[in-house]
Design a protein around this ligand. Structure first.
Ligand code: NAD
Ligand code: MG
Length: 409
């Protein structure tokens, strides 16, 4: 039995992970479930999956959950912990084999890193950890023999389409591997990574129309159902920008190696193009249970509950180049990747603050990119050589972005 800790079990990825586990219960056990403060959902999940441990970051929510679990003889045995440290503890426990890192935002960094440092198989949905601290994260994976498998559908597709020796992912094979010994993409015949993007709900809206879009419109994604933060990121295409940075760490790629391709059907989840003219792609219905099941079963395959792709129903696949003028956030992310150091962490932090302000209807949709850009301009990037430097940059960027949001409101 493989014990899985699901960090962020009440979210969109967490719920899909539990759906896969329910179908594969003879093989996987939901050992620990964690959430921020959604007591109702975590209680229901505890009732259904009977984990050993439940964590609520919020103290009052943890007390409430404890009471409800104690009142039910079926769930009395479940240990409840609270606070951020409990997330790191769960991610490093000996009994835990796989860690699903599905907390949203920078809040997921510490526990993802704890899983890497403890040599776990990390199923990484929390792209923000790689964006903020890619170098340190990849080092922790390698030094501790962890196995890093991407859950983000595009990266999972790239992983499936890459030559094995290039995947910067499984350190189990050779823990001495480091970036300088990895062959670069071109030497292995890879010409480009083609990272697909749906373009989000506003692909065909004019810049003028974008001024007045609401949070609910931004969260109504045409092909994927996701949490609200990543939905807004998809609408601004910051999500794709963060994914470019994520891909650069996972696959040892430079900004120039990664081409974003708008593909509104979201059927091709990404492609790798080779020097002999081949282009390998991974296709499937847009359902996160596919990458989740892939990463859980890897290198085998198992049933995920996802319907087979009906290629005749799809009928047509379209592709277009992204417009950097309309999707400023995508451009800012490429720039941050090229600047390196703490620039991606600053970009990410400013974006989290601006998206939150937009979701609370304090700023307009188009101000998200402006606030991120101004924060980057006000806060010079420095080398990201330690976690404390990265966290300091994150904190400073949040303060700056916050005051910019207040001025903009
Ligand atoms: P979500 O908002 O649906 O869920 C977030 C989860 O994180 C919840 O369980 C919540 O309780 C927990 N959480 C929130 N704030 C927290 C905090 N401060 N401390 C601890 N836990 C906290 O988000 P989601 O859509 O499931 O996305 C999760 C991650 O996966 C994100 O990094 C996102 O970019 C990535 N991702 C999501 C999808 C998708 O389809 N939803 C696809 C690719 C990547
Ligand atoms: Mg994605």
């Amino acid at each position: 039995m493989i014990n899985v800790a699901i960090l962020g079990s009440t979210g969109s990825i967490g719920t899909s992970t539990l759906d896969v586990i329910a179908r594969q219960s003879e093989r996987f056990n939901a050992f620990a479930l964690t959430a921020n403060k959604n007591v109702e959902r975590l209680y229901e999940q505890c009732l259904q999956f009977l984990p050993e441990i439940a964590v609520m970051v919020d103290n009052a929510s943890a007390d409430e959950l404890q009471q409800r679990l104690t009142n039910n003889p079926k769930t009395q045995h479940i240990k409840v912990f609270s606070g951020c440290d409990a997330l790191d503890d769960v991610a490093s426990m000996d009994q835990v084999d796989y860690v699903m890192a599905a907390i949203v935002g920078a809040a997921g960094l510490s526990s993802s890193l704890a899983a890497a440092r403890s040599g776990k198989r990390i199923l990484l949905a929390n792209k923000e950890s790689l964006v903020m601290s890619g170098d340190l994260f990849m080092q922790a994976v390698k030094e501790n023999g962890a196995t890093l498998l991407p859950i983000d559908s595009e990266h999972n597709a790239i992983f499936q389409s890459m030559p094995e020796k290039l995947n910067n992912i499984s350190a189990n094979v050779d823990t001495s591997i480091d970036k300088s010994t990895l062959q670069n993409l071109q030497e292995s015949g890879v010409e480009k990574i083609l990272l697909t993007a749906s373009g989000g709900p506003f692909l065909n809206k004019s810049l003028d129309e974008l001024q007045s879009v609401t949070p609910d419109q931004a969260c109504a994604h045409p092909t994927w159902e996701m949490g609200r933060k990543i939905s807004v990121d998809s609408a601004t295409m910051m999500n794709k920008g963060l994914e470019v940075i994520e891909a650069s760490w996972l696959f040892n790629a430079s900004a120039d190696d990664i081409q974003v391709v708008i593909h509104p059907q979201s059927v091709i989840h990404s492609m790798v193009s080779y020097s002999d003219g081949s282009v390998l792609a991974q296709l499937g219905n847009p359902d996160m249970r596919t990458p989740i099941a892939h990463a859980m079963a890897w290198p085998e395959r198992m049933n995920s509950g996802v319907e087979q792709l009906d290629i005749f129903k799809v009928a047509q696949l379209n592709f277009e180049k992204p417009d950097f003028e309309r999707f400023v956030c995508l451009k800012l992310a490429y720039d941050a990747l090229r600047s390196g150091g703490t620039a991606p962490a600053i970009l990410n932090a400013a974006n989290e603050i601006a998206v939150d302000a937009f979701l609370q209807e304090k700023i307009a949709f188009t101000q998200i990119a402006q606030i991120v850009q101004q924060t980057i301009e006000q806060l010079p990037a420095v080398p990201a050589d330690s976690l404390s430097v990265i966290l300091a940059a994150d904190a400073k960027a949040r303060t700056i972005a916050d005051s910019l949001c207040q001025q903009a409101a």
